[in-house]
Design a protein. Sequence first.
Length: 240
Amino acid sequence: MRKAWISPDKTHRFWFHRKTATIGRQSQAIAFIIKRMQSLILLLAGSFQPSGNIPHDAANFLGMHHLPQIIQHSAGVAAEAARLAARFGVDGRQAETAAWLHDISAVIPTSQRLESARGLGIAVLPEEAACPMILHQKLSAVLAADLFSVTDPAVLSAIACHTTLKPGASPLDMLVFIADKLAWDQPGEPPYLSQLQAGLAVSLQKAAAAFLMHLWEQRAHLPVWHPWTEAACRDLVGLE
Ligand SMILES: [Fe+2]
Ligand SMILES: [Fe+2]
């Protein structure tokens, strides 16, 4: 039990925690962010009631937001993730959960992603402010936690770096990154497919490095060059 009261200058909220008999302080700015965060999450949730079955819940939520193409893509990524998990000895449940939720923030239009990320208290890099589409990886991790009750930090990490990867990536991070690229949703074959498959013949690291190499070669033509991708390239490909 705790009772809150506002400072006379209205800049801070104080509270007393009865059980631990401690007095805390929360700035009004933080309280405002939390209030905004709750309203955005509630707005997105609408009448959504998760059952605990992630594939079912993800498809249901995306369906409520009229995004059948994202359901189809997520199902494809989950199928690839399950295959890769069995092949490389990664936990299949973690892989499928991350895959089903990796693009769940598609429910937030690109034009609203920067404001939404700031409202949710997400740290936004300059490259992400310049190209808010990339923020969907971090936004998806927040929605996975707040709407789908995902608490596993390994799953949230894989969701949050599925577009850019990051330095020190775990096998699960790399697996979801690769599964997303294998589940190509454009006509024809992806231009990097043979490199990716050659990498997969060796390891997840080699496959991730193959796709990073593809990105490195394309970097002058990309909307922005994300610092996590740059760092992952140095980490896995050894580029300087
Ligand atoms: Fe994505
Ligand atoms: Fe995706």
